[in-house]
Design a protein around this ligand. Structure first.
Ligand SMILES: [Zn+2]
Length: 54
C-alpha cells in the first residue's frame, strides 16, 4: 500500500493500514490519521500533547 502525505506530498510504502490508525510521515514527521482505506485517504491528525522523549 502506498501512502501519500497531504502535508509534504511525500510517498512511502506500508504493509497494511486500518481506518483510524495514526501513521507518521517519514518525510516531514507529521501525524496522519487514516480516514479511509479503500481508497486510501490520510488527513492530518488532531494535535495532541504528547511527549515523545526526544
Ligand atoms: Zn509529510
Amino acid at each position: 500500500m502506498l501512502c501519500s502525505c497531504p502535508e509534504c506530498a511525500g510517498k512511502w510504502k506500508v504493509g497494511s493500514l486500518e481506518k483510524g490508525e495514526i501513521v507518521v510521515c517519514p518525510e516531514c514527521g507529521v501525524e496522519l490519521e487514516v480516514t479511509s482505506v479503500e481508497p486510501l485517504s490520510l488527513e492530518l491528525a488532531p494535535e495532541e500533547e504528547e511527549d515523545w522523549g526526544e
